[in-house]
Design a protein around this ligand. Structure first.
Ligand code: ADP
Ligand code: MG
Length: 298
């Protein structure tokens, strides 16, 4: 595994508000990472710190092997953290030519990058005639001009229509398939689920989960139970280390598993302890339910 970016106990405070709190994670080469969290959870602040546009309060971050200065490392980073800003009266092509000049990149790169974002046919049209989705795609092409090791995108599909959203997501997947590491911030669970292999879930600046997206789905699930002996049932489940949290809503008890257990196992265990169920359903949470549980205020 080749690290691209490592955060170690990173904290950012704005006055008394802690926007990012003691955040640690590593981004390795070749994966697509999502920073997922509701609005205000510290996603943009985190990206701002590692891109040197926001000063950290405490902790550390290092790019690549840690021996590269942030200044040098950022030459190998492509980032879009604000609404794309190009010259409206210039064409897409002319705008990218200007970016090449600023970045010291050969203009021969422009064609390849415009093709990746499917804008080659529109290259001689003025930027101001582009749809929002096309503007965002031009920004991605621009960020790719210097063949970055990693592409960083903050809420890449915000404000786009469904077709525009789909196009951007497909482009991100294509870029990743060609070996570019990607880090994107999003408040949309389904975006992360569709595009990312790995995720860091934030709530109020605190990391709730980091790991593979598919492992986030593979929890052991939960049982929904009903009985007239509610108190006895809850007491029994609370003593059993196979169970984590136990919630009661009216006559329905939801018991979350810490380890695998089959419904017939549970049923016979309860029966041996003189508890008779009137309702037993085993379920796994969808990623959405897990995300809501993780970001729940409880
Ligand atoms: P996200 O990108 O997840 O929506 P942000 O990183 O933008 O979250 O914001 C995290 C928290 O920090 C929010 O409570 C936000 O109001 C606050 N915040 C962000 N930028 C500033 C700033 N420049 N000054 C003061 N507070 C800020
Ligand atoms: Mg943000």
């Amino acid at each position: 595994m080749e690290p691209i970016l490592t955060l170690e106990h990173l904290t950012k405070k704005y006055g008394s508000l802690t926007a990012v709190s003691d955040l640690s994670f590593t981004i390795n080469k070749g994966n697509v990472y999502g920073i997922l969290g509701p609005n205000g959870s510290g996603k943009s602040t985190t990206l701002g710190v590692v891109l040197n546009v926001v000063n950290k309060t405490a902790g550390n971050f290092k790019w690549f092997d840690g021996n590269t200065t942030t200044h040098d490392a950022l030459k190998k980073v492509g980032a879009i953290i604000e609404r794309p800003n190009f010259y409206p009266y210039m064409t897409g092509y002319e705008n990218l030519k200007l970016v090449c000049k600023i970045k010291g990149v050969d203009t021969s790169k422009i064609k390849e990058k415009l093709e990746i974002v499917d804008l080659f046919d529109r290259k001689h049209h003025k930027f101001q005639t582009y749809s929002l989705g096309m503007k965002q795609r031009l920004a991605i092409a621009s960020a790719l001009l210097n063949d970055p090791e990693i592409l960083i995108l903050d809420e890449p599909t915000n404000g786009l229509d469904p077709k525009g959203i789909h196009q951007i997501r497909e482009i991100i997947k294509d870029i990743a398939a060609q070996g570019t590491t990607i880090l994107l911030a999003s408040h949309l669970l389904d975006e992360v689920e569709k595009v990312c292999s790995h995720v860091v879930v934030l709530r109020k600046g605190v990391k709730l989960y980091s790991g593979r997206v598919d492992e986030m789905v593979s929890s052991h699930g939960f049982f929904e139970l009903k009985t007239t002996q509610q108190t006895e049932l809850i007491a029994l489940l609370e003593k059993n280390k196979a169970f984590g949290s136990i919630k009661t809503q009216g006559d329905l008890i939801t018991a979350f598993l810490n380890e695998p257990m089959k419904s017939d196992e549970l049923n016979s265990f309860l029966f041996k302890n003189n508890i008779v169920l009137s309702h037993l359903v085993q379920r796994k949470e969808s990623l959405e339910e897990q995300f809501l549980k993780l970001t729940d205020n409880n």
